[in-house]
Design a protein around this ligand. Structure first.
Ligand code: ATP
Ligand code: MG
Length: 248
């Protein structure tokens, strides 16, 4: 797939949280990277390293404390909550570890719901959602409840839901974290296919090197600093922990 312009530009992004007990915790330090259209990137790091915080900023779910973030050429740093919601709705499909499906609504309803905000007619929403379910191989399950499906199937419903909005970018936070390795591999193959065949840009968060290996580029975060950014190395041992210390 052809790679084009930078769709994600993170320039010296810092994020701090105000703690309940007083004081401030800085979680991200000068995070700088660009992601081009058509890339499949993993953001990897141990628990607590700041991956989800970083993804929340990439996904316009949160704003940085300092630094500049441009998504599709728009500086989102000072956007209001409503403006951020519009940007998300327009560009991004989200996939989460725990699927985030509505358990009392059918599979079809779950895929259709986000399309409510897009001004489509009910018929269009149904047609589009069925097409997405077909794409993830679940067309026969549209009237099931999520509780009647396996974990891998639930995640495929979540992917169909993410795809329904026709996003150019999918953000996935530990998408295989709740799945056994067979189902996890299936989901990862599916992401690979979406990336290669449809040119969808994928940014996937993981703490496991074996999962990051499915991507083409790896950004390793350690203690809120970028420790490595490049092609996925042959072995995890290359990802040393030394670099971030030099920032302090
Ligand atoms: N809203 C918040 N308020 C205060 N601290 C926070 C908040 N969100 C995250 N943190 C802190 O930021 C650090 C990084 O959290 P984050 O969730 O980004 O880590 P992670 O790399 O995604 O970890 P995991 O692999 O466990 O999901 C942690 O120390 C966490 O306690
Ligand atoms: Mg996380």
């Amino acid at each position: 797939m052809k790679k084009q312009e930078n769709i994600i530009v993170m320039n010296k992004i810092c994020k701090s949280f105000q703690l309940e007990v007083g004081g401030v915790q800085q979680v991200l330090f000068d995070i700088t990277f660009n992601i081009k259209s058509g890339e499949f990137v993993s953001i990897m790091g141990p628990s607590g390293s700041g991956k989800s915080t970083c993804m929340n900023i990439i996904g316009a779910l949160d704003t940085p404390t300092s630094g500049v973030y441009e998504l599709y050429g728009k500086d989102i740093t000072n956007m209001t909550a409503d403006e951020l919601a519009t940007v998300r709705n327009e560009h991004i499909g989200f996939v989460f570890q725990n699927f985030n499906l509505l358990s009392k609504r059918s599979v079809l309803d779950n895929v259709m719901l986000p399309l409510m905000y897009r001004g489509m007619s009910p018929e269009e929403r149904i047609t589009r959602s069925r097409e997405m379910l077909r794409r993830v191989g679940l067309e026969k399950f549209e009237s099931y409840l999520p509780t009647q499906l396996s974990g891998g199937m639930k995640q495929r419903v979540a992917i169909a839901r993410a795809l329904a909005g026709n996003p150019k970018l999918i953000l996935a936070d530990e998408p295989t974290g709740a799945l056994d390795s067979k189902m996890g591999n299936e989901i990862l193959h599916f992401f690979k296919k979406l990336n290669q065949e449809m040119g969808i840009t994928i940014v996937m968060i993981t703490h496991e090197f074996d999962i990051a290996k499915y991507s083409d580029r790896l950004i390793h975060i350690y203690d809120g600093h970028i420790n490595y950014d490049g092609p996925v190395p042959a072995t995890e041992a290359t990802l040393t922990r030394k670099m971030h210390r030099t920032h302090k």
